[in-house]
Design a binder for this molecule. Structure first.
Ligand code: NAD
Length: 245
């Protein structure tokens, strides 16, 4: 049990990578707190403590941080994919993406960090994992300007936290998946003008010739939240099926 005895909070755990990560952490012995803005999506997470949390709500963040107590692990998974070039971006689109993808992550981490420092003082380590993407400062993609800019900011945020708290046992890493078959990806495919071609295009950009499944991603989540990664901090960890070879 690689996460035995650890208390780990996961955001956006209702579906996709967040849900699979909550289940993978539970399977490794963690006491998981699975959160999502959509409470109905948290159904069926048997044996896992679930909480409704809109990560863009600063008061809700304060409330949950006070309620749950010190964490050993925090997986900031929530994020939104804006589709379009810079010419398609309204100020509201930009603000929404940065609010959800970056500012919310900063707020939740800021709220949970004092408790994580307490835990790290006892156990020697606590781990923050921030969801970025291969589409970020790592690689540019068409129609992903806002998304890539916000995920690049996640990598910067991650490195800053890692640098500031490395001597106090806090590790902070960013996860950078390739294209993962999740409900929101299926929604993006369905919303395109030619869904069949859109799916082919998503697969074509993956050198391994297929989309990732959530189960391709969760082993890295468990590793980064576990003590196996105790000498790893400030990294943007790619799990991208070879896109950035
Ligand atoms: P998804 O997009 O299918 O699901 C997102 C979940 O986030 C939903 O359960 C939704 O209810 C929840 N959510 C939305 N707004 C929220 C809010 N304000 N507060 C709390 N929860 C909220 O899941 P996914 O595709 O696995 O994406 C999860 C993360 O992984 C995102 O940050 C995304 O950018 C990132 N990512 C996804 C891919 C991919 O190809 N799917 C690739 C790289 C990175």
């Amino acid at each position: 049990m690689r996460l035995q005895g650890k208390t780990i909070l996961v955001t956006a755990a209702g579906q996709g990578i967040g849900r699979a990560s909550a289940l993978a952490c539970q399977a490794e012995g963690a006491n998981v707190i699975a959160t999502d803005v959509n409470g109905a999506l948290l159904a069926g997470l048997d044996g896992i403590r679930t909480k409704v949390l809109d990560v863009t709500d600063p008061l809700a963040i304060q409330a949950i941080a006070a309620e749950i107590g010190p964490l050993d692990g925090l997986f900031n998974c929530a994020g939104f994919v804006h589709h379009g070039t810079i010419l398609d971006v309204s100020d509201a689109d930009w603000a929404f993406s940065f609010d959800l993808n970056v500012t919310a992550m900063m707020r939740l981490t800021r709220a949970c960090l004092p408790g994580m420092l307490e835990r790290a003082a006892v156990t020697g380590t606590a781990s923050i994992l921030n969801m970025a993407s291969m589409a970020s400062s790592i690689k540019g993609f068409v129609n992903r300007t806002v998304y890539g800019a916000s995920k690049a900011a996640v990598i910067g945020l991650t490195k800053g936290i890692a640098a500031d708290f490395v001597k106090q046992g806090i590790r902070c890493n960013a996860l950078c998946p390739g294209t993962v078959d999740t409900p929101s990806l299926r929604g993006r495919i369905a919303a395109s003008a030619d869904p069949v071609q859109a799916e082919k295009d998503f697969i074509a950009r993956q050198p391994m010739g297929r989309l990732a499944t959530v189960d391709d991603i969760t082993p890295m989540v468990v590793f980064l939240l576990s003590d196996e990664s105790r000498f790893v901090s400030g990294q943007a960890m790619l799990v991208d099926g070879g896109v950035t070879i």
